[in-house]
Design a protein around this ligand. Structure first.
Ligand code: MSP
Length: 507
């Protein structure tokens, strides 16, 4: 199977916050999981540079737009590695190759007869980088940014979106899982059924952007440039290769609902107009709310994800993102939850389990993992459930459901320690074989859990494997009972998630 996953390319008018980290982490979890399954995987992220708001920030700072984006793009490029996200390419829309591709893409639409010239007179919200109708506004203001949109009157080129209404509805009909979750798909369908207006794909009088190939006095409207990144990147991410053959249209776009219309309506129509296949799937997750407030710089409650990483580590942030809000639903997440989950779940459920297991193997068996797999083991059944069900959850983008499933294995292992009481078995020589079995099952269960957790906790999972003397391999087939290597002598493992006295103040 081929799996190509994308995040939106983020606007560089400001620095990354936790909302951006959220989508990038989710995409990385999916990409890592598919790599574990042996799928050919490609993970793309990057930045959107030609927005009016980006240009204005540069102006305000007295910088040439290109100099400004060159600087700030580096803060964004540093984000995925800080999150332990392993991307295959980081695209910038000011890449020369992207610009060349966008021009030829738009020319194809133009040649197809779907572009015409007209005067645009209406409202534009720079925050959304979107043209607005009166219906979009609340008390004359953009409800998302709480500002009055600007009046714009200029000669523009328009894309004949209205001509695609029937073809879009037919696509939605034919592909019932095109947009997920279903309640989002319904929003899209009813919007399209209500009739589509053509939209402007150019801006006059803005010197920042990609000049249109047929009229260099205008630049491409930022969305007509940005959406194309998902395709353009494939043409130059690996020099000498055209990855479109391999990965288009096997793409899954991930984003929040703020940019659902552009992805579910504009983008497929533009692709059809340019003669390309439409994406495989579009998944819309909810907006992460902190104590019910949308996070954004303009509301003054933006959280710098890098600060959280300094306190808790990237894996704890990833874990919190996966569990704080059911993925795909809108939710309110409290940042105090991260301290709590760090301590109770990562520290106690997982970290202590490893410390106790390794300490008992050292104490009772001199560090040699005893025994071997047993038929009918209850741990074997718990591992099999993870092996079979986690891929099903993740194929539905159910990142939260999948980690819940893995965590129930971790909890089963903790219960198994309590129920089997190895410290009691150790006092009775006649129960030595039982103790061997318990220690084997604990170590094997932890090993399998570590492999399954790798997509979520890529820094921690190898530490667990190493502590258990296992090879650092994370192939999904290793999430099976009885694959424990027992030859090496192990030592008692140090805590995976040390207690953070200082963290209390930081939250
Ligand atoms: N540049 C456009 C996207 C172009 S894609 C061809 C853009 N950029 S953005 O910087 O505003 O990013 C919006 C996206 O960031 C959301 O769709 C979502 O993926 C992520 N998020 C930003 N804040 C978020 C939350 N508070 N919660 C969840 N996701 C958030 O739109």
């Amino acid at each position: 199977m081929r799996f190509y996953v994308t995040t939106p390319i983020y606007y560089v008018n400001d620095r990354p916050h936790i909302g951006h980290a959220y989508t990038t982490i989710a995409a990385d979890i999916l990409a890592r999981h598919h790599r574990q399954r042996g799928d050919e995987t490609f993970f793309l992220t990057g930045v959107d540079e030609h927005a009016t708001k980006v240009w204005r920030v540069a102006e305000a700072q007295g910088l040439a737009a290109q100099d400004y984006v060159d600087q700030i793009a580096e803060a964004w490029r540093a984000l995925p590695p800080r999150l332990n996200a392993e991307t295959d390419y980081f695209i910038r829309t000011s890449d020369e190759d992207h610009k060349v591709f966008v021009r030829s893409f738009l020319q194809r639409i133009y040649d197809n007869g779907d572009v015409y010239e007209d005067v645009y007179a209406g409202l534009y919200c720079v925050g959304c980088e979107e043209f607005k109708t009166e219906d979009d506004l609340v008390d004359g203001k953009c409800p998302l940014h709480d500002v009055e949109p600007e009046w714009i009157e200029e000669k523009n080129y328009f894309f004949r979106l209205s001509a695609y209404q029937e073809r879009l509805l037919e696509l939605y009909e034919r592909r019932p899982d095109f947009v997920q979750p279903p309640f989002r798909f319904n929003e899209v369908k009813s919007f399209v059924s209500g009739g589509l207006r053509d939209f402007s794909i150019s801006r006059a009088g803005q010197p920042w952007g990609i000049p249109l190939p047929w009229d260099e006095s205008q630049v491409a409207y930022v969305w007509a440039d940005a959406l194309v990144n998902y395709l353009s990147a494939l043409t130059y991410a690996r020099p000498g290769e055209d990855l479109r053959e391999e990965f288009w249209p096997e793409v899954r776009h991930l984003m929040a609902q703020d940019i659902l219309r552009q992805h579910c309506i504009y983008w497929p129509a533009m692709l059809m107009a340019a003669g390309y296949s439409v994406p495989k799937q579009i998944f819309i997750h909810g907006y992460l709310l902190l104590d019910d407030l949308k996070i954004s710089k303009s509301l003054g409650n933006a959280v710098d994800p890098l600060e959280l990483i300094d306190v808790y580590g990237a894996d704890a942030l990833r874990y919190w993102c996966a569990r704080a809000v059911p993925f795909g639903q809108d939710g309110s997440a409290s940042l105090t939850g991260i301290a709590d989950r760090y301590e109770r779940e990562l520290g106690n459920d997982l970290g202590n389990l490893l410390s106790r297991t390794t300490a008992m193997i050292v104490k009772y068996r001199d560090g040699r993992i005893p025994g071997g797999p047993a038929g009918g083991s209850e741990i074997g059944a718990a591992i099999a459930a993870v092996h079979d069900l986690v891929p099903e959850h993740l194929d539905r983008f159910d990142i939260t459901g999948a980690i819940d499933r893995i965590w129930s294995l971790v909890r089963d292992l903790n219960r198994y320690v309590t129920d089997s009481a190895p410290w009691t078995l150790a006092t009775d020589d006649s129960r030595s074989a039982d103790l061997d079995q318990v220690l084997y099952d604990l170590a094997d269960g932890l090993r399998a859990a570590a492999v399954a957790l790798w997509a979520y906790l890529p820094e921690t999972a190898p530490k667990i494997l190493e502590a258990l003397g296992q090879p650092l391999e994370v192939d999904w087939e290793l999430v099976r009972y009885g694959r424990l290597a027992t030859s090496r002598t192990i030592a008692a493992a140090p805590p995976l998630f040390p207690r953070l006295e200082a963290a209390a103040g930081a939250t």
